[in-house]
Design a protein around this ligand. Structure first.
Ligand code: HEC
Length: 197
């Protein structure tokens, strides 16, 4: 009986310690975090695009968490400064990602601000980066004989669209592009002192 009591007490202490380090302490540290002034809330198109980002598994190959130069050469790679908690203020759930089969996308909106490039690259990555292993997403586009009014025709490099056809972006592709263009965290990092002000 005595041993069972020890076991139970040990288990409860372990659980209480884990809950306080993994739940309570982070909550106390981060609960009064303010959004950086330069960080804009997502527009409704960007939020729909974010859903596409999740649905199409972009997360499986792309991270959104540049690391400090003491940890990885992310800044030299052109991915921007190390991210801080406040940068994710409007992200729920955050899309940090764990794999980097492709480049980190936390600042892709600043690095590649052309909507044409983003749409074309989603339609056919290999038209922009020869040998790219990123999948193409043709189902986000329509192949048409000619564009109707209101259609967003994708401006592709020569020879990429099937001969005599135009490629029209579906709303899903346009939303996803708005989301990607909005990924810009190039403003200075918010520090603990900024939070206290
Ligand atoms: C199988 C892994 C994989 C998946 C899934 C994937 N990508 Fe990629 N992505 C890559 C690779 C590899 C590259 C680098 C080569 C290139 O530019 O195509 C890349 C490049 C990119 C770039 C250009 C980055 C830069 O710095 O120039 C963007 C933007 C991008 N991907 C967006 C997306 C989006 C949006 C999705 C989901 C719809 C997606 N990717 C899904 C592997 C992937």
């Amino acid at each position: 009986m005595e041993n069972e009591l020890k076991l139970l007490t040990g288990a409860m202490v372990t659980l209480a310690l884990a809950t306080s380090t993994l739940v309570i302490m982070p909550y106390l540290q981060l609960s009064d975090l303010k959004p950086p002034a330069a960080l804009k809330p997502y527009t409704s198109a960007q939020l729909r695009g974010r859903e596409q980002y999740i649905k199409n598994g972009c997360l499986y190959c792309h991270s959104q968490q540049p690391r400090a130069s003491t940890q990885a050469p992310d800044t030299q790679r052109g991915w921007g400064r190390a991210s801080v908690a406040a940068d994710y203020y409007y992200d729920s759930p955050h899309l940090l990602g764990t794999m980097r089969t492709g480049p980190d996308l936390f600042n892709i909106g600043a690095r590649q601000p052309s909507a044409d490039w983003q749409l074309g690259h989603l339609y056919q990555p290999r038209a922009y980066t020869p040998g790219s292993i990123m999948p193409s997403y043709p189902f986000l586009f329509e192949v048409k004989d000619k564009a109707d009014s209101g259609d967003h025709v994708v401006n592709l490099p020569p020879g990429v669209a099937p001969p005599g056809k135009v490629i029209v972006a579906k709303p899903e592709a346009l939303d996803l592009t708005q989301y990607l263009l909005g990924l810009d965290h190039t403003y200075p990092a918010i520090t603990a002192d900024d939070v206290k002000k």
